[in-house]
Write a protein that binds this ligand. Structure first.
Ligand SMILES: [Zn+2]
Ligand SMILES: [Zn+2]
Length: 154
């Protein structure tokens, strides 16, 4: 998406077009995997201070622009929401995948969370489903490593 696209997006959500907001959108929309707050801090450098970044992320989350996924270490990771999401209603609940080798968090957009029937008197709000395992990149690397090892030993 272009900068104009991001500006439109902020406008749609009644948000002022500030530099930190545009920078965060730009980074998150380019990533294939979700991005953690420390990662964002590193990419943004001195451009955006911690408190501002925290506020930007919180606002985006409330507006349904991004969603938060806690990884295996309890670190918050952020990813862009689907176009159907809006304030306080996320329509893109999907399965997340946390790789235990590279620790990246992926949105598996095409995998919907199965409907869960709650016990009597319980009302489900947000449902999180995280699959822990080895991602495509890491399993490819492991296979290549194994192939190289087999060559040496044969
Ligand atoms: Zn991985
Ligand atoms: Zn996601």
């Amino acid at each position: 998406m272009s900068i104009t696209g991001f500006e439109d997006m902020l406008e749609r959500h009644d948000l002022k077009k500030t530099r930190p907001r545009l920078s965060v959108l730009n980074i998150l929309s380019k990533r294939q995997a979700a991005t953690s707050q420390p990662d964002l801090e590193e990419v943004l450098g001195n451009e955006v201070d911690r408190v501002t970044l925290y506020r930007v992320l919180k606002t985006f989350e409330e507006k349904g622009i991004i969603h938060k996924i806690l990884d295996v270490n309890g670190t918050a990771n952020y990813a862009m929401c689907g176009p159907a999401c809006s304030e306080h209603s996320h329509y893109d609940e999907h399965v997340h995948f946390n790789c235990t080798v590279c620790f990246r968090v992926y949105c598996l957009d095409h995998l919907a969370i199965p409907k869960l029937s709650m016990p009597h008197g319980f009302e489900a709000g947000t449902v999180n489903l995280i699959v822990y395992g080895i991602c495509g990149d890491c399993s490819k690397k492991a296979a290549a490593y194994k192939a190289a090892e087999d060559k040496v030993s044969s």
